[in-house]
Design a protein around this ligand. Sequence first.
Ligand code: SAH
Length: 350
Amino acid sequence: MRHFPIMLDLQGARALVLGQGDMAQREAAMLREAGADVRMDFRFAPALLEGCALAIGVDAPEAELVALSLAARAARIPVNIAGRPDLCSFTRPPRDPVPFVWPAETVFLVGAGPGDAELLTLRARHLLGEADVILHDRLIGGSVLSLARPDAERVFVGKARANHRMPQDEINALLIRLARAGRRVLRLKGGDPFIFGRGGEEVEALARAGIAVEIVPGVTAALACAAQMGIPLTHRDVARSVTFVTGHTQDGRLDLDFATLAQSRATLAVYMGIASLPQLRDGLLAEGFDPATPAILIERGGSPALRSLRGTLDRLVAEAPAWSSGGPTLTLIGAVVGRGVAREAEAVAA
Ligand code: SAH
């Protein structure tokens, strides 16, 4: 073993970050989070090292980084220069200490869950700590992205509904290009990649290009919302199946088999549904669906900012536009909505 792993207590200690740009800022932020008093500069001068317990160099001219490394080592101050093991007296463990070799030309398609890092799988967390480049959607929270390597490139490829977003074929092409360039590519998608996430299209495009893909499942919104609300999606007495449907419209029309949905006693989980809620109600009621069936809108599930609105479909259709604050919202419909552990803070549509 060439290196000896330790965890450093930096509370109140002075630390130097030499460099500029996003990576340097992230290093400084991480050091501050650990309680260090951070000094930043982009030109090296020996005086910068005075009183320092640690020095990190990143994105600075070569000569400055070499000067920092030599001076720090002479002064017995631990020094790390990003991407230059030859200039380091210590290296940084991957955020997860399990050794892992990223296979060549593989893209990992990873479910990030509903946004809270606590709901990531261990595998997702592990891969986040390894990836060189992360392509992510709008719904990915900061707590998840903070698990990425500070020097990982982050590419935001999705935007809010109705706004412009990177077209799917451009995302596919970018994934292929990055994998071929030998980068360790992580495609991070909200919830589960294969539930209304267009993950299937990305897998097909990569397969056509001969690039291996591994899929890591994530906690999908319906599961996160139901768990947080204490609503059992199935219940022996009232619901023996769950149906995930999308409220996304094609040419302004909701393309669902309302007859089947209305007859089944399945719990219905509707994704992307708030704009098309009136069409959903009309379609279900026209097929004899019980208008008294309990339903609930859950906004920003899986986060402390969760809000919910409970009522019949009629009431939700009437109240939703004023109630919504624009966050991602899931609709749960079915007898189970009246079961489980009710949250106290939720609103009830009158
Ligand atoms: N692949 C994702 C779903 C993508 S479709 C998953 O498995 O969760 C996007 C829709 O998912 C949103 O319009 C909303 O209906 C739902 N959604 C995503 N995150 C959500 C959240 N945190 N709370 C409530 N609904 C959410």
